[in-house]
Design a protein around this ligand. Structure first.
Ligand SMILES: [Zn+2]
Length: 505
């Protein structure tokens, strides 16, 4: 009996010492800094999916896992999970040219003057100058007595139309401020095709105009999708979005110039009109089959009863590549989470967790959570995963701040453990945001939550440089990443101390 009591005392003492140890700075800042500076260096060209730089990043991560003596994903000693994808990219020689009546040419610059979504079409080479007709919003909606195509023939022409739809506060008219099916490009391009048009040019609304600086990067870089998912066929006809500046240039000296057009919009009384300028569109999209790769390291559980239960900890390592010769380094997003996961796995390796811990550095998050979607879809032991912990950005803002999101509705037990970590880590100013449905998140934890796996997300709230080339390593606070690793490690230990499986609500 005494023996058991001593064991219990020893165990509680070791728990106590562990808790003490965790509040100290026992993380390896030097290693994390060196790793992050490499991943977020200009050499790595923004680690974009379907570029060799994403492969180099994956090799680098695997070599770090090997140094930490992590187990491999497969029995053949491989840390990689290969993911077949289809990639598309607008070719740089693509062009849109406007010609006025005197034959003078204005070339609109790809990226700054116009953008397209490469997954919306394969080819758009209309090598002859075509007439352009302004057709309001490009909508026909009988139920609202609305028709932008009344008395106009757009056969063989390019339709110039406003993004969005007519609307006001009247819920009976285009459902008021709520977007209807008429809002986006799918309906409009489909209708324009039926009317015989060959292409569409869109005029951005105020919101798109406000975010224009983000648009070229978001839509002109590689578009990537999982190979086993159907390709987007919702867009019926090629469409490009012009910048407000480009629209102003196109409408200069026309029947209505840009300002006149905006006045018409406020009246919602459009008259279609033909521009005197013609437009030549020559856009080519390259499509190819490729592979991206998740990098996965494993610590096998030490308890024969519990080792089948799996705790996953993940972060995406890909980012946005380059645009116009500028590198989007993605230091905080998400080289910070990548080095944090590697550090947590390195430290856990020297302990003996009872359950199996799987560390996953995801590919293709910036392309639509591709790596995590593929992982949950194909992982043979998916049903044994009891939790996913996701880190997406943890190296910016105040060193003491960290936000977590989990859903009490999905897993009250995980929610409680996160709150406990919050209480214990109070000196780190760890903020908990309750009531967020993780499956609606915009990072990799959402892929797990959608499958009913309890998921929690950790991140900072860096806004200044988000998805901009200025998200650089020299702005990173390594102590913050270190503290994050302590919080994550403590949460993993808490889950691992449970004698029961996490209960899903
Ligand atoms: Zn991210």
């Amino acid at each position: 009996m005494r023996f058991f009591i001593s064991i219990i005392i020893l165990l509680s003492l070791s728990n106590f010492l562990e808790a003490q140890r965790l509040t100290e700075t026992n993380y390896d800042t030097t290693r994390m800094k060196a790793n992050l500076e490499f991943l977020a260096s200009d050499f790595m060209q923004g680690r974009e999916s379907c570029t060799e730089y994403e492969n180099i990043a994956a090799e680098f991560i695997a070599s770090e896992m090997k140094k930490s003596d992590l187990g491999t994903f497969k029995e053949n000693g491989d840390y990689f999970q290969k993911i077949p994808v289809i990639a598309k990219k607008v070719q740089p020689e693509s062009s849109i040219i406007a010609l006025n009546e005197n034959g003078e040419i204005t070339e609109l610059k790809m990226g700054s003057d116009w953008i397209v979504q490469p997954n919306s079409f394969k080819k758009m080479d209309i090598n002859e100058p075509l007439q352009v007709v302004f057709c309001g919003y490009g909508i026909t909606a009988e139920e609202y007595g609305y028709d932008d195509y009344k008395d106009v023939n757009v056969e063989g022409k390019i339709v110039l139309a406003l993004w969005g739809e007519p609307g006001n506060d009247d819920p009976e008219y285009f459902e008021g401020p709520k977007p209807t099916k008429y809002y986006g490009p799918s309906f409009k391009t489909g209708l324009a095709r039926l009317k015989g048009a060959v292409a569409m040019l869109f005029i951005p609304d105020a919101l798109l105009d406000q975010y224009w600086k983000y648009m070229p990067r978001m839509v002109m870089i590689n578009s990537v999708q999982l190979a086993d998912e159907p390709e987007d066929t919702t867009v019926n006809l090629p469409g490009a979005m012009l910048s407000t500046e480009a629209v102003k240039g196109l409408l200069a000296n026309e029947e209505f110039e840009y300002t006149g057009l905006m006045e018409m919009i406020s009246d919602t009384s459009f008259e279609p009109f033909m521009l005197t300028k013609k437009v030549v569109i020559d856009i080519n999209v390259k499509r190819w089959e490729d592979e991206i790769e998740n990098v996965i390291g494993v610590i096998e559980g030490s308890d024969p009863e519990l080792k089948d239960e799996i705790i996953t900890i993940g972060a995406h390592y890909d980012h946005d590549g380059t645009w116009d010769g500028v590198v989007y380094n993605g230091a905080d997003d998400n080289a910070s989470g990548t080095v944090a996961v590697l550090e947590v796995m390195r430290r856990l390796r020297s302990t003996s967790p009872r359950r199996t811990i799987v560390g996953i550095l995801f590919a293709g998050e910036e392309k639509g959570l591709l790596g995590s979607k593929y992982f949950v879809k194909t992982y043979p032991e998916k049903d044994n995963i009891i939790a996913n912990i996701n880190i997406d950005m943890c190296g910016r803002e105040n060193v003491d701040s960290l936000t977590s999101k989990a859903s009490e509705e999905t897993c009250a037990e995980l929610y409680k453990l996160v709150q406990e970590v919050d209480d214990e880590m109070e000196n780190m100013g760890f903020y908990y945001e309750p009531g967020v449905n993780s499956s609606q998140g915009t990072s990799d934890h959402a892929s797990f939550a959608k499958e009913g796996i309890p998921a929690v997300y950790f991140g900072d709230k860096m806004k200044d440089d988000l998805h901009l080339p200025s998200d650089d390593a020299n702005k990173i606070n390594y102590d913050k990443i270190g503290r994050t690793t302590i919080v994550i490690e403590e949460l993993i230990r808490k889950i691992d101390r449970l004698d029961n499986k996490l209960t899903i609500n």
